[in-house]
Design a protein around this ligand. Structure first.
Ligand code: GDP
Ligand code: MG
Length: 637
């Protein structure tokens, strides 16, 4: 399969970049009328370059004039190999340095140096120029090949340069397509028949003809009608390739350089970004609210800086939050360039460590850990900083910069320090704290209420921040058999409601008294609850145990005494078919005050049914009577 590489030119104005591209490819990238008139490259131009059997390059020719550095930036974004051009007669100039700094901030890995206009200078002079550029490149983070002298005029050195480009491009790494699709737009135009066409370098992922895409910021929807890769019609757009997409459903005016075409739902625009900034020595210090131009992808927005710690001094680096005056789209690991508001010069670069920082705290924290090159480490740092809220798994590819193809692997490598719950990730320490809080709360509840079967679940939930987390923790503890859920209560598996010695004494007395009270029962006051605070707890405990029964709001009966009197009532109702209260009063010897609440209690149990003031046998009453009949038959036989 053919490999595609993007080469980006860089260098001072008039040093021969465009002439060199033409010498290499035959293509004049100075496209616009104004460019022709002024004789300089204002906007980005493109040319195809065949390098070897299966190696194709697209050259992005950027403008060199200082007014157009922002266009240079839009073009330099997504470049695999830099072609730095220095004119033999002039040597290193201001934009040579600025472009070089930008290429370094954008982390371009490989570069080729061309000393152009070699026909205009003596070899001795060229050696001086090479020595000067060599000094600067010695401290560069980019891997540069040795300088090649060329002349676009005579053609000298052009073939050597082509060979050097082929060699360097052959070493450029490919990018995985198992990732989210993103294409920062650098040009937009209308083509008769194709509609709105956008171009750019596909940064990651892929889309196919017919796919739905979105344009951000602004959430416009469109469909891919046609794809071109490096100028050829294709089925699929792939990462690291110059790409043109014809988009159906969009007007030319809806979209501009700086927009991003994305496919997956997880992409969204942002108005704040946490970054690690590196400042050039000639920059001013970055203090709270310093206003800068932030270039990322093909976008340029104004931003205000909030340093993570102290001010960031020139020549040093530090964490900061950038508050953006307009939204843009970015991802962990994206590289940006910072230019001063006025005068407009490049003063630093930055790497995104959180595209969607939380609103609070307002000052970013812990950015160094978030910037770690170790995927598991930065994933853990993010999840731990999110506390009880956790982080949505769907957000990880963008917030931690994990290609979707390796997401599972990354989750596995962090599994000792984060847990996966309800499609979110939680820090193990957050989970451990929530588990402790739940266990402690339930244990303490048992100590305070030893007679109750357990703690109300709702109360247990409140000891943990977040209902989802609370439920997750409870379910986990149940699975481990540490706690038991019963209805709306939760208890330790080991908990058994029981009486203390003192309560047992109270209980003994209560049971004796309730038995003696027989069909009259006793209220809490009559049982002496005002004198003894534990009375209520103990008698409610008996109710749960089944040895006592509460009738109405406040009257307790001995279970057997209640059974006896309700049986008497039931049999009398059965005998007469329908019995009035007066009749039942006579039968039981109970006054209205005792009888009526008893009848109402029997009604609620369906033992009896109310008809006017009288009672008939209810469905549950029928069953109880049948059971009684069987019992007496058994005892007779
Ligand atoms: P750019 O601004 O870096 O793109 O520079 P251009 O490619 O537009 O070239 C600027 C001027 O230098 C033009 O007038 C070119 O004809 C001239 N030029 C470019 N390359 C050479 C070269 O190798 N030799 C000579 N003598 N002139 C050149
Ligand atoms: Mg040019």
């Amino acid at each position: 399969m053919t490999r595609h590489v993007v080469i980006g030119t860089a260098g001072h104005v008039d040093h021969g970049k465009t002439a060199l591209v033409k010498a290499l490819t035959g293509i004049d990238t100075d496209r616009w009328a104004e460019e022709k008139r002024r004789g300089i490259t204002i906007d980005i131009g493109f040319a195809r370059l065949h390098l070897a059997g299966d190696l194709e390059a697209s050259i992005v020719d950027v403008p060199g004039h200082e007014d157009f550095v922002r266009n240079m930036l839009a073009g330099a974004t997504g470049v695999d190999v830099a072609l730095l051009v220095v004119a033999a007669d002039e040597g290193v100039m201001p934009q040579t340095r600025e472009h070089l700094a930008i290429l370094e901030f954008l982390s371009v890995k490989h570069g080729v140096i061309a000393i152009t206009k070699a026909d205009l200078a003596e070899p001795d002079w060229i050696e001086l120029v090479e020595a000067e550029i060599g000094e600067r490149l010695a401290e560069s983070s980019i891997d540069w090949s040795s300088p090649i002298r060329v002349s676009a005029l005579t053609g000298v050195g052009v073939e050597d340069l082509r060979a050097a480009l082929a060699e360097t491009c052959g070493r450029a790494e490919g990018r995985s397509k198992e990732d989210l699709f993103r294409l920062p737009v650098d040009r937009v135009f209308s083509v008769a028949g194709a509609g709105t066409v956008v171009t750019g370098t596909t940064w990651s992922g892929s889309v196919r003809v017919g796919d739905d895409v979105r344009v951000l910021p602004g959430e416009l929807e469109a469909r891919v009608r046609n794809v071109e890769v490096h100028g050829d019609s294709a089925e699929e757009a792939l990462p690291g390739r110059r790409t043109a997409l014809a988009l159906a459903g969009l007007y030319r005016k809806d979209i501009a350089r700086g927009h991003v075409v994305v496919a997956e739902d997880s992409w969204r625009e942002t108005r704040a970004v946490d970054v690690i900034i590196s400042l050039l020595p000639q920059s001013r210090p970055f203090t709270q609210r310093t206003r800068v131009r932030f270039h990322l992808g093909t976008a340029e927005v104004m931003a205000r800086v909030t340093p993570e710690g102290e001010d960031i001094a020139p020549g040093t680096s530090g964490g900061a939050r950038l508050r953006l005056e307009e939204p843009l789209v970015c991802r962990w690991g994206d590289l940006g360039v910072l230019r001063s508001y006025s005068p407009v010069t490049t003063i630093g670069g930055c790497v995104v460590v959180d595209p969607w920082p939380p609103a609070r705290p307002r000052r970013p924290v812990g950015l160094a850990a978030r910037a770690s090159r170790d995927t598991a480490e930065r994933l853990v740092a993010l999840v731990e900083s999110a506390g009880a809220r956790g982080v949505a798994v769907a957000d990880l590819p963008i917030r931690v910069g994990i290609p979707t193809g390796t997401l599972q692997q990354a989750l596995a490598s962090a599994s000792e320090r984060v847990v996966h719950a309800n499609n979110r990730l939680l820090a193990m320490q957050v989970l451990a704290a929530a588990r402790d809080a739940t266990m402690t709360a339930v244990r303490e509840y048992h100590q305070l209420h030893p007679l109750e079967p357990g703690m109300p679940r709702e109360l247990a939930r409140k000891t943990v921040r977040g209902v989802k987390l609370a439920n997750f923790v409870q379910a986990q503890l149940v699975a481990e058999r540490a706690i038991v859920l019963e209805g709306e209560t939760v208890r330790l598996t080991s908990h058994q409601a029981g009486l203390t010695e003192r309560q047992a004494e109270v209980g003994q007395a209560l049971q004796t008294e309730l038995a003696a009270a027989g069909p009259h029962g006793r209220t809490l006051v009559e049982l002496g609850a005002t004198a003894n605070a534990e009375t209520r707890q103990v008698v409610e405990y008996f109710v749960r145990q089944g040895t006592a029964v509460r009738v109405g709001a406040d009257r307790y009966y001995d279970r057997e005494a209640l059974d006896r009197v309700s049986r008497t009532i039931l049999q009398e109702v059965q005998r007469t078919g329908e019995a009035a209260p007066a009749q039942l009063r006579e039968k039981t010897g109970l006054s209205r005050k005792y009888l009526i609440p008893l009848l109402e209690w029997m009604d609620t149990r369906s033992l009896t049914m109310r008809v006017g003031d009288s009672r008939r046998v209810g469905p549950a009453g029928e069953k109880a009577l049948q059971a009684l009949d069987r019992k007496s038959e058994e005892s007779v036989s």
